[in-house]
Design a protein around this ligand. Structure first.
Ligand SMILES: *Cc1c(COP(=O)(O)O)cnc(C)c1O
Length: 550
């Protein structure tokens, strides 16, 4: 610690950090200027591309003692650049196409600073004032995008005017992300299914134990395809269900829920007297980006009287494109919908939403306290899981205004076109295999040398199994090497495609949502993977010799 310049702990100095901005020539002021003028340049210059092992990075974060003495801000800024920024991930790089964390429009940087500076707390009006109506408007706009198509525009105008700002209703809830949104949706479903009935005061008052004996259910379950997001498991756990009560339904060869299996599951569950808390449709699975047949699921939910939730955390933004909207047909029949603005709406992390078809559905989770969240108040905290919350809705508002629906439509359409282009590129290559076609802007593929591909056409199932295992090692190897080199990044996941007779294979996974990802970048990514594969003939001789000798 050579330049650990220490400041004196004096009241005067502490007072300064609350009142006096950093000098224009200070490290922090320089960071601020570079970040606002050229974020990409700043990230490129300050993030070290070549990967350092995590165990080495951990060495910089060993001290468990709170520093006794104050440090100068400039010294801290230098330290952060060196230890933290340098070892961060350039998530907005156009060649990093393996994750759902998006690139951000520039105007969000100064606006984020303004948001932090205002430091409004959305839990109640008295600490948020205009932010509360703004958030209700943002929720209203997205609600209208999701559900508005079922009414005439005149009726919509009237409807949103009457409910958007009403103290008795909520069209949705803003939260930190898709996980909390899914928990909120299932919380409402649970309290609705196990609501007050006769002398029973409802699950929210009496708890799950009594609710189960009152209603006589043997268990409570949530139905979702085997591609459902793991946050549903967490939701089940916190809501008093078990993780095994997330009943996963088989998917077809396109990773969509199999309707016959769903029907069969429902019949079985009814026979064992299970309470079905919710049927969850996935609109954009995390691994393959496919959308469940929402309309058919809505039919079933309606017939059975089951709460229908759509987890559109990733794919929900697709509703903004009139061209792609038909892919989500049936979403407007969902009782609740999860949408993450921090995925395909290009907003920074911490912007999740759950929308409710019925503006009165939150009545079952409403919470009042005397000193705060009084009855009849418009405090948002009375029907949200989270308490104190930042004004993130301002950033969603800004994006909706600056880009408009048609702007989002262009971005969404473009992403899907880019994914289709990449799929064509992969299909045209002898040494690659497209594993899942892009329905939205997500696809999976793997590297399979042509000789191996040809051989797999002819060999028996057992040999195929062995080769797939070897290819899994190869895919893992290429993905790791590519990440470590720091030029580009694709992620990897494991899938069980029907084309491989139920064998689980490892694949590359790409999310093509960055508008700055060009065709050349995609060509380079494949070229780099081929290079790494070639190099692996030396690094992984055993595996590849085996394949080569087949
Ligand atoms: C990302 C995602 C979630 C979880 O959202 P977080 O914002 O990470 O909490 C839930 N469901 C799906 C389908 C997702 O893609």
């Amino acid at each position: 610690m050579s330049d650990k310049r220490l400041a004196a702990a004096s009241e005067e100095n502490l007072f300064r950090i609350f009142t006096i901005p950093e000098a224009p020539d200070s490290t922090l002021a320089r960071i601020e200027q570079e970040v606002s003028q050229n974020l990409d340049g700043f990230l490129r210059d300050n993030i070290v591309a070549v990967e350092k092992p995590l165990s080495e990075i951990e060495q910089d974060f060993q001290d468990s003692v709170v520093p006794e003495h104050p440090q100068f801000v400039s010294a801290l800024a230098d330290e952060l650049l060196d230890k933290l920024v340098a070892q961060s991930v350039h998530t907005s790089s156009p060649s990093f196409i393996g994750h759902m964390t998006s690139a951000l429009p520039y105007f969000l940087l100064p606006l984020s600073k303004l948001m932090v500076g205002l430091n409004q707390n959305l839990v109640k009006i008295e600490t948020s004032k205009a932010f509360t109506p703004l958030e209700r408007q943002v929720i209203g706009m997205l609600h209208r995008i999701a559900y508005g198509g079922t009414r005439t525009e005149a009726h919509n105008d009237q409807y949103y005017k009457s409910v958007m700002h009403s103290a008795d209703t909520s069209l949705g809830a803003f939260c930190s992300g898709g996980t909390v949104a899914n928990i909120s949706a299932l919380w409402i479903a649970r309290n609705t299914l196990l609501g007050p009935n006769g002398s029973f005061k409802g699950v929210s008052k009496e708890g799950l134990f009594r609710a189960m004996s009152h209603y006589g259910y043997s268990r409570l379950v949530v139905l979702v395809s085997e591609r459902g997001h793991y946050s549903l498991g967490k939701a089940a756990d916190v809501l008093g269900l078990g993780r095994q009560d997330i009943v996963s339904v088989k998917t077809d060869e396109n990773n969509k829920i199999c309707i016959e299996s769903l029907e069969q599951r429902i019949t079985e569950l009814k026979a064992e007297n299970a309470g079905i808390l919710s049927l969850v449709g996935v609109a954009g699975t995390t691994e393959t980006g496919n959308i469940d047949p929402l309309d058919k699921m809505a039919d079933i939910a309606e017939r059975e009287g089951i709460h229908f939730h759509v987890d559109a955390a990733w794919g929900g933004a697709t509703m903004m494109s009139n061209n792609q909207r038909p892919l989500l047909k049936g979403i407007e029949r969902a009782d609740s919908i999860t949408v993450d603005a921090h995925k395909q709406m290009y907003v920074p992390m911490g912007a999740g939403m759950v929308l409710f078809k019925d503006a009165h559905s939150t009545d079952v989770i409403e919470h009042h306290a005397e000193y705060i969240l009084r009855k009849g108040s418009k405090d948002l905290g009375s029907h949200t899981l989270e308490g104190s919350r930042p004004g993130m809705s301002m950033l969603v508002y800004a994006c909706l205004k600056v880009m408009g629906r048609s702007g989002y439509e262009m971005l969404i359409d473009r992403s899907i076109d880019t994914a289709k282009y990449f799929a064509d590129l992969i299909n045209a290559e002898d040494d690659f295999e497209l594993v899942s076609e892009p329905e939205l802007c997500l696809l999976t593929y793997r590297y399979v040398p042509k000789v191996v591909k040809d051989y797999m056409e002819t060999c028996d199932a057992e040999e195929k199994h062995i080769i797939n295992e070897l290819l899994n090692d190869l895919t893992r190897f290429i993905q790791k090497k590519q990440r470590e080199s720091g030029r580009s990044f694709v992620s990897r996941t494991r899938l069980t495609p029907k084309a491989h007779d139920g064998q689980t294979i490892t694949v590359f996974r790409c999310v093509l949502a960055n508008p700055l990802t060009t065709k050349d970048i995609l060509k380079d990514i494949l070229a780099e993977q081929k290079e790494i594969a070639k190099e692996s003939w030396r690094s992984l001789p055993a595996i590849l010799k085996k394949i080569a000798s087949l």
